[in-house]
Design a protein around this ligand. Structure first.
Ligand SMILES: [Zn+2]
Length: 417
């Protein structure tokens, strides 16, 4: 492989990935607007025309915004790589911090900062214009700024030592450095998962033990029935940022917590909340969490092995606009360029995820109440203005959850809905 050929391959994949994404967003936009006039028959009794049309308009607005973001990100990536942006930042970092790990850290921190500034207008628009127009945004400018400061500090506190360690391994631990770096990454990920519920999440939200006694009783009964031990059931002030509702699990082992968004507990009946929780339990009971982690760490190992090979080539650096190879440049170029090559295969991962959602629904219908899950889901679709009529191809690539109509048909088909 020569640098020139690699540049051409990269450009081809960048153009292909960008066009594919734009085409999918456009298909979705057209499909949703084409079905805007009437609520799909399956939902006609539970969802008003108003809510359906709001969901269509919300989806359309998000797709138009996504198309602009996609083009902007592709241009940025081209400027950072082929345009010589990273080569320039790397040279500047070496002038300021000499060689070695400090220069590498300076490059990565500098790039993160530049990227953060360049994407700021997009997150401002998404939060204060797009979400606000549809009545979802609850973020005040003060919350926005404190969130940004907190996540930057947290990212620096956790990320910089990790990157320093990986850069050091890349330089000092011989030809198997990528294996050690992978092990460090796995250990780091597990440690963050373990401290997330008790140390990280509370930096951003308030968690209060579930107070509603009837609901608590119902949930304890379900946990008992499923043989599931958790370290408490909490309600999170999700309404501080958004009126979207949700439920999730966090942590693992002994730190495992069940978390409901306050908005969810307010809008769903106790039986519906129980059914939504049963779905989440289904992900554990059907071993989805373990499978997901094993897949992620397995793919991570392949990725690191590939980086181990690429780091010692010269075509990779020169092909992506960096004249003088460096350890940090290898790391950055690799992880910036990788998604361009993997996007066309993203549908494989989404398909696996949707299969798990069907299985978790099936579990919920077994241990709880399938029809309550259906009515709870319909409320969530309605209140989150999630479209009921997605474009099938867009859904194939992007959706971690099956389209509403298919999901609900599957639940009803089990005879319990
Ligand atoms: Zn799920």
């Amino acid at each position: 492989m020569t640098a020139h050929v690699f540049s051409l391959v990269f450009i081809a994949f960048l153009v292909l990935s960008t066009l594919l994404q734009l085409w999918l967003k456009t298909r979705h936009l057209r499909h949703v607007l084409a079905h805007r006039a009437a609520v799909p028959a399956d939902f006609a009794s539970q969802i008003e025309l108003d809510a359906h049309q709001k969901a269509a308009d919300y989806t359309a607005a998000k797709m138009r915004f996504a198309r602009i973001s996609i083009v902007w990100e592709a241009l940025l990536l081209a400027a950072f790589t082929l345009g010589g942006g990273i080569g320039w930042l790397d040279a500047t970092a070496r002038e300021l911090a000499g060689t070695g790990i400090w220069a590498g850290l300076a490059l990565i921190a500098g790039l993160t900062l530049v990227n953060g500034v360049l994407s700021l207008p997009f997150s401002l628009y998404a939060t204060f214009v797009l979400e606000a127009r549809f009545g979802f945004n609850k973020v005040t400018p003060a919350v926005f700024v404190t969130d940004m400061v907190k996540s930057t500090l947290l990212g620096a506190a956790l990320g910089l030592p990790l990157i320093a360690l990986i850069l050091w391994l890349m330089e000092a631990s011989g030809s198997l450095w990528w294996l050690y770096a992978w092990a460090v990454w796995v250990a780091f990920g597990l440690a963050v998962m373990a401290i997330y519920p008790t140390f990280i999440a509370p930096l951003f939200n308030k968690f209060t033990p579930l107070a509603d006694a009837t609901l608590k009783q119902r949930i304890d009964a379900l946990l008992n029935k499923c043989g599931f031990a958790s370290n408490g059931v909490f309600v999170m002030d999700g309404s501080k940022r958004s009126s979207h509702g949700n439920a999730y699990f966090t942590g693992f082992g002994k730190t495992k917590r069940i978390v409901f968004f306050d908005t969810l507990v307010e809008r769903l009946t106790p039986l519906e909340v129980e059914a939504v929780l049963a779905h989440e339990l289904g992900h554990y009971k059907r071993k989805h969490i373990i499978k997901r982690m094993a897949t992620m760490y397995g793919l991570g190992l392949l990725t690191m092995a590939l980086l181990g090979y690429i780091k010692d080539t010269s075509w990779f650096y020169a092909g992506l606009g960096v004249a003088v190879p460096s350890t940090a440049a290898a790391l950055i170029l690799f992880f910036l360029a990788l998604p361009v090559f993997t996007f066309p295969f993203g549908w494989i991962a989404s398909r696996g995820s949707r299969k798990h959602e069907y299985e978790a629904d099936e579990y919920a219908a077994e241990v709880s109440d399938g029809s309550a899950l259906v009515s709870g889901l319909v409320k969530l679709y309605r209140d989150n203005a999630a479209t009921l009529t997605p474009d099938p191809l867009h859904s194939l690539f992007y959706d971690s959850h099956p389209p509403a109509a298919l999901r609900i048909a599957a639940l009803r088909g089990q005879g319990r809905g």
